[in-house]
Design a protein around this ligand. Structure first.
Ligand code: C5P
Length: 211
């Protein structure tokens, strides 16, 4: 496990996806978007008309769904019961309920195991909230990305997502199981004043120092 995973954690819209994609291309690593996995479970729960705040019902639904994780062109893919939810993963309803579903310990246990399985397919750069703290605590390569709240809200608006980033971050940071936090050994990268290119350069500098 040790040198095969780069963990990128941080709040919503801190630039994790952009950085992970560019690192994946530059270092030839599989990019795994762990948030998409939590979103996929949430999507299915909502599709079945299950109350996302009803933990027992969510766990039951989880047991009944078939999750298939894969890779296409070095990017993680996910299907639920044979269907790729596509853009629906980023819908308003998924945005507003994903924090409740991802706070359920059984959901996390199941998805963390699928996330670790990616190492069977190759080296990874994985982004999320608990990658450095829970999924790959042994990796030396850990970056915690951050940016000013106003910068993060503005980034969300650019991509057309108007959910309250702040509410999701509060829920993700305050939950009992695997809350968003700076993992032991992680280096904080604040991207507020960075361009995409300078952010990538800064990240590579950090990773060099950690290796
Ligand atoms: O990264 P993204 O914003 O797509 O993640 C959506 C949600 O999934 C987060 O707000 C969080 O509730 C959950 N998540 C998580 N642990 C991860 C990745 C995402 O709890 N490793």
């Amino acid at each position: 496990i040790l040198h095969r995973a780069i963990a990128i954690d941080g709040p919503a819209a801190s630039g994790k996806s952009t950085l992970s994609r560019l690192l994946s291309q530059r270092l030839n690593l599989i990019m795994v978007n762990s948030g998409a996995m939590y979103r996929a479970v949430t999507w299915k729960v909502l599709q079945r008309g299950i109350d996302p705040n009803d933990r027992e019902a969510v766990v039951q639904a989880l047991r009944e769904m078939e999750l298939e994780c894969g890779v296409a062109d070095l990017v993680s893919t996910i299907k639920v019961d044979g269907i790729d939810p596509g853009d629906e993963l980023r819908s308003e309803s998924v945005n507003s309920h994903v924090s409740a579903v991802s706070a359920v310990p059984e959901v996390r246990e199941c998805l963390v195991s699928l996330q670790r399985d990616y190492l069977k397919l190759g080296d990874v750069v994985m982004e999320g909230r608990d990658i450095g703290s829970v999924v790959f605590p042994e990796t030396p390569f850990k970056i915690y990305m951050d940016a000013d709240p106003s910068v993060r809200e503005a980034r969300r608006e650019v991509v057309g997502e108007v959910d309250s980033v702040a509410a999701r971050d509060r829920a993700d940071s305050g939950r009992a199981t695997a809350p968003l936090k700076i993992a032991e050994g992680a280096c904080v990268l604040d991207t507020s004043g960075h361009t995409i290119e300078s952010g990538v350069e800064a990240a590579i500098e950090i990773l060099r120092g950690q290796g």
